[in-house]
Write a protein that binds this ligand. Structure first.
Ligand SMILES: Cc1cc2nc3c(=O)[nH]c(=O)nc-3n(C[C@H](O)[C@H](O)[C@H](O)COP(=O)(O)O)c2cc1C
Length: 479
């Protein structure tokens, strides 16, 4: 998809977008409508009459289901996204001419994902020189929020060592017309770039906050792409085609953006951020985050301002998380080939929540090896609870998972608590500052050596001859 506008047109053609002509207030009202529609599994919304902002429209709930995200990205299966990178890297070397041509094609395709620099972005049509945060329709989403929040802003920074681009979806709290608080958490790439320049004694880092782009680029902002993979390159992989970018104050930003806030993040000035009604369904209390100073705002003519609302699941972030789970499964399998499937139930919260992982077990302690590996793998390190089940248990069927836990777990042997570990900063049940503990449950069948020297019992199975007989004689009764 070319941009946000094309995505909204596609949603409309699928009957998945509702235009709202009634006037809506960005102060709480727009968020309440967005939430109610999302809880009712309703359509994406395009508000065409925004109170106080003539000429601006607001859009939300584009990522309304995994199926909608799949269609927006134009793939048969979301796993294809990860496979675009993992497949060429994890196949046997080509031998015959046909195989060589195919491999060459796949390798060249990776090359075609390089972002393409263009001279000018559509967003450069208009510019606001002062008080830009007051002149764009930034919503307040919950009554006790500390202020208005850019809730779907892709913050672009440049890594000072490698020059690669970061682009993370972090909320940004408006303080006044020209200042905001940048809520990049300590484990995220924006924070890493900021920390590096701070270490070198620099007082600021350039940053651009992008609102509204094509669905692939917007989703990439929320993806845990490991450093130092370039996030704009990754956006092109997700889109399936090179992302066009423009250079702006030394940063590369998507040319198809609706709105771009350009400024600097201070390394020494920290401000209170929050409270904010968060993904958890609770208000995250105030904490110190760096100040963002706005220099200019660019926007397309007839601009569409994209926002999202978080709160108790299931809201838009739940489906974004699910889509990422699917798209990243191939990477997980590349680093841990024993992994068969994963389910991060959206009610268990996407980051910092619960993951159920099925594995093809081969040796004693295998489940714990996978847990420890995952807790060391990028942002999977934030997951609080990992449950490992055998390959024949469907992790998406919670009934099967409970059955596995009930029949395989001896808590003193199979439950692992890791104290004083990394955890999601949003976890109010843990210690402050993203420092908490982990729970791992090994719900795999145990090998003799794991099972106190006892053979694992045989599972019940019917007698094959009786099965045949019942198939024949009881069919007429629907059995
Ligand atoms: C709706 C939404 C809001 C988010 N808000 C934040 C945020 O305020 N701060 C943060 O650090 N991560 C936030 N995240 C998670 C990050 O987007 C995610 O961890 C992503 O991997 C960050 O990019 P990075 O890994 O390149 O830093 C949010 C995710 C979603 C879906």
């Amino acid at each position: 998809m070319k941009d946000l506008r094309e995505a909204l047109r596609a949603l409309e053609s699928w009957g998945e977008l509702r235009r709202v002509k009634a006037q809506v207030d960005p102060h709480l009202e727009v968020a309440e409508v967005a939430r109610r529609v999302m809880y009712a599994r309703g359509p994406a919304l395009l508000f065409e009459n925004v109170k106080g902002f003539p000429g601006w429209r607001m859009a939300t709930n584009m990522f309304r289901s995994v199926e909608t995200i799949r269609k927006l990205l134009g793939v048969e299966r979301l796993e294809e996204i990860g496979e675009r990178l993992t497949k060429p890297l994890s196949s046997p070397p080509p031998m015959g001419l046909g195989e060589k041509v195919q491999t060459l094609y796949e390798v060249l395709k990776i090359g075609s994902y390089t972002p393409k620099k263009v001279g000018r972005g559509a967003f450069e049509e208009n510019v606001i020189e002062a008080n830009g945060f007051d002149r764009t329709p930034i919503p307040k989403t919950w009554p006790l929020d500390a202020g208005r929040y850019i809730t779907y802003g892709l913050t672009v920074t440049r890594d000072p060592d490698k020059g690669i681009s970061n682009m993370g979806l972090y909320r940004v709290q408006v303080i006044d017309g020209n200042r905001a608080a940048m809520h990049w958490q300590v484990h995220k790439r924006g924070h890493l770039a900021w920390w590096k320049v701070k270490e070198r004694g620099a007082k600021k880092i350039k940053a651009a906050i992008v609102v509204g782009s094509d669905p692939g680029t917007m989703l990439t902002g929320a993806m845990p792409v490991p450093y130092p993979l370039d996030k704009l390159l990754f956006a092109s992989v997700v889109r399936g085609s090179a992302l066009e970018v423009v250079e702006l104050d030394g940063l590369l930003v998507p040319a198809n953006a609706e709105v771009v806030y350009v400024g600097e993040v201070d390394t020494e000035v920290l401000v209170d951020e929050g409270p904010f009604g968060d993904h958890t369904g609770y208000y995250t209390p105030p904490a110190k985050f760096p100040q963002f100073r706005l220099e200019r705002v660019y926007y397309r003519s007839d601009p569409i301002y994209y926002f999202t609302v978080v709160g108790k699941p299931l809201l838009e972030d739940a489906w974004i998380g699910k889509a990422i789970e699917r798209a990243f499964l191939p990477f997980m399998k590349m680093f841990m080939p024993e992994v068969v499937d994963v389910n991060m139930p959206p009610e268990g919260l996407f980051t910092g929540g619960i993951a159920i992982v099925s594995i093809k077990k081969r040796y004693p302690g295998h489940a714990k090896k996978v847990m420890m590996g995952l807790w060391g793998l990028g942002l999977f390190s934030l997951v609080k609870v990992i449950v490992i089940v055998d390959h024949d248990v469907n992790p998406h069927d919670i009934g099967q998972v409970f059955y596995a836990i009930s029949t395989t777990v001896d808590p003193q042997r199979d439950v692992l608590v890791v104290p004083y570990a990394v955890t999601d900063e949003l976890d109010h049940a843990a210690m402050p500052g993203g420092y908490g503990s982990k729970l791992g449950i090994d719900a795999t069948r145990k090998m003799k050596v794991e099972n106190y020297g006892q053979e694992w019992p045989q599972e019940v199975e019917p007698d094959p001859e009786t099965v045949e007989l019942v198939n024949r004689r009881w069919r007429e009764y629907g059995i």
